[in-house]
Write a protein that binds this ligand. Structure first.
Ligand code: PA5
Length: 462
């Protein structure tokens, strides 16, 4: 298997003014990581880090393939309804592995696999526009919610169910749904059991943002012909690479440790993920959710006030060289940029040598677009380095199943290491509860009082 390489040289003092002293990699950072690794291994032992085991769970993937082949692929359109960790993984896999414009391609060029839509936000304009384009008889909804109670997803499920029923009748409607949810609890499980709707489990010990390699991400991908076993093989390889407690041999350990150190010791708490590949755009958003929701916490693991956590920022190269890069280069020195480059993009496009007399563009002729994109990535990394701005690069051999499996697992393991280093619980998200409860109150859910929202004062509204 071709492996991801993590080049962190542009974070180190020998290459970067004000960078991390290399001695620390063998000294205090190595020790700190060894402790974090031991804590993560201990947690694994208690069974709460189920994402580590997903690559090795054959029965999960067998059931995914069975439902993808024997059910999902009968439809022309598959719509995933899921938000946060229940939606971002599917979008990332879709864009990365099905490539741009999947839904616009002809049936033949999709090899007769369905179109795939992922709807997260309950924006009626988006859902109405989508339903307008779809034929209900040919549409399947994969409703994804670990809790089976998320307002956004459940509201959209209810709309979708009504829309299907209006077209095919109440009896046949259930044949257009597949639920991915908790193996035992929640409203979706209850409905699925009562109505004999096919269901896939999100293992009890796998939280939303760590679920991309569970049926949450695998089913939508497999329905469209992605090989889930290759994804899991990539992830398994990364688990193996990260088994060591030697910092300098463990890629997720190095990523988590250096980003934590950058934040807590060097004031670089904004962590930018900047892939140079349109296909990886959603992966940057997936990382943003993983890093933010796992590490931004009010309290330490023992309950002391912390209000800690880095701020992740999704970016895209080369587009953001004409937008955010000015800030990265000259703004506050509070960021680390992690680039993602792709060695073999799989498509080559030569730039014609058309205007040899016009010096400002003549140099482009005879090169390829992928050469230009990669030169821009390398140039941006070097430009940042020359200005003393820390950065690192993840090199993907290709954008394929194995590489994506490695990448997702790398970030997930780096996140639980970072949780240990920040001394926070990376698996919960108590901060989102208050907003949820207030929403329930506003929407009239039983048991929740309607909240008194702060009054609008006309003096403060222009
Ligand atoms: O990462 C998380 O745990 C969250 O972002 C959840 O995925 C999100 O809130 C959706 O939850 P559920 O899958 O229960 O609908």
């Amino acid at each position: 298997m071709k492996r991801i390489r993590f080049d962190f040289g542009n974070l180190l003092a020998s290459r970067l003014e004000g960078g991390v002293d290399e001695a620390l990699l063998e000294g205090v950072l190595a020790d700190r990581f060894r402790t974090a690794h031991a804590e993560v291994e201990e947690l694994r032992g208690t069974g709460v880090l189920g994402f580590y085991d997903l690559p090795f769970s054959a029965e999960n993937v067998d059931r995914v393939v069975e439902l993808a082949d024997g059910f999902g692929q009968w439809f022309q359109d598959v719509v995933v309804l899921g938000i946060g960790g229940s939606g971002l993984g599917a979008v990332s896999l879709k864009e990365a592995l099905l490539g741009p414009g999947w839904n616009d391609r002809s049936e033949e060029s999709r090899d007769h696999f369905p179109r795939l839509h992922v709807v997260d936000n309950p924006d009626p304009v988006t859902l109405a526009a989508l339903l307008d384009r779809l034929e209900p008889r040919q549409t399947m909804f994969n409703v994804v919610s670990k809790s089976g109670a998320t307002a956004e997803t459940m509201a959209q499920y209810l709309v979708a169910r009504g829309w299907i029923e209006a077209a095919v009748g109440a009896d046949k409607a259930r044949g257009h749904f597949l639920f991915t949810t908790d193996p035992a609890a929640g409203a979706l499980r209850q409905i699925g059991d009562a109505e004999d709707i096919p269901m896939l489990p999100v293992p009890e010990n796998v939280g939303g943002r760590f679920s991309v390699l569970s049926p949450v991400g695998l089913l939508p991908a497999a329905v469209c012909g992605v090989d889930p076993r290759a994804l899991l093989a990539g992830a398994a390889d990364m688990v193996e690479r990260c088994a060591t407690d030697e910092l300098t041999d463990n890629p997720a350990g190095m990523l988590g440790t250096l980003l934590h150190h950058a934040d807590t010791a060097m004031g670089q708490g904004i962590h930018v993920l900047m892939p140079y590949s349109d296909r990886l755009r959603p992966v940057a958003l997936w990382f943003q959710q993983l890093w933010a929701e796992s590490l931004g916490k009010a309290a330490t693991r023992s309950g002391e006030k912390a209000e800690t956590g880095p701020t992740p920022l999704a970016s895209i190269g080369a587009t953001d060289q004409h937008s955010l890069m000015q800030l990265f280069m000259e703004g506050p020195r509070d960021k680390v940029v992690v680039f993602v480059g792709v060695d073999d993009v799989g498509t080559s496009m030569e730039i014609p040598d058309r205007h040899p007399g016009i010096v400002s563009i003549a140099y482009l002729g005879g090169h390829t677009l992928e050469e230009l994109l990669d030169a821009e990535r390398a140039a941006s990394a070097e430009a940042l380095r020359l200005r003393g701005r820390p950065n690192a690069t993840l090199h993907l051999p290709r954008v394929d199943e194995e590489a994506l499996g490695q990448l997702f697992m790398l970030f997930q393991i780096a996140t639980v290491y970072a949780g240990a280093l920040y001394d926070v619980n990376p698996l919960d998200q108590p901060g989102v509860e208050l907003g949820k409860r207030l929403t329930y109150g506003l929407m009239g859910r039983e048991g929740f009082e309607r909240p008194e929202l702060a009054e609008v004062d006309p003096r403060w509204v222009l």
